[in-house]
Design a binder for this molecule. Structure first.
Ligand SMILES: [Zn+2]
Length: 118
């Protein structure tokens, strides 16, 4: 069950990343909420710095018509270039905060509804 969220980083009231008592990370960006496995965050942050090309995985980044399209698992976000920068920074800040937490809940393989990235 999802309980109180521990905020890791936010860009605004509708854009934030938080650690939930369910053990998953809740990435909220406007209308979309994406549940991420804690262990996947560093890989996502790395991939957003240098998006992998031509490999159809759970994270895809492409640019078209002046917008950046980010697909994470089954959720797609269409971001303006400044929003993409804000998104990347928010995730990077979250990763730093997550690693500096002293009382972080242990990584759990059993997080219902939270599939790990391939
Ligand atoms: Zn939750």
């Amino acid at each position: 069950m999802c309980g109180p969220l521990a905020l890791l980083a936010k860009v605004g009231d509708t854009r934030f990343l938080a650690l939930c008592t369910c053990g998953a990370l809740h990435l909220v960006w406007d209308n979309a909420t994406i549940r991420l496995h804690q262990g996947d965050l560093s890989g996502v942050v790395r991939a957003l710095q240098a998006p992998p090309k031509g490999s159809p995985g759970d994270l895809q980044v492409s640019t078209a018509a002046g917008a950046v399209h980010v697909w994470l698992l089954s959720v797609g976000l269409r971001l303006s270039p400044p929003d993409f920068e804000a998104f990347r920074e928010m995730l990077a800040r979250s990763q730093e905060r997550l690693h500096s937490r002293t009382a972080a809940p242990p990584l759990s393989a059993a997080q219902p509804g939270c599939r790990q990235l391939n």
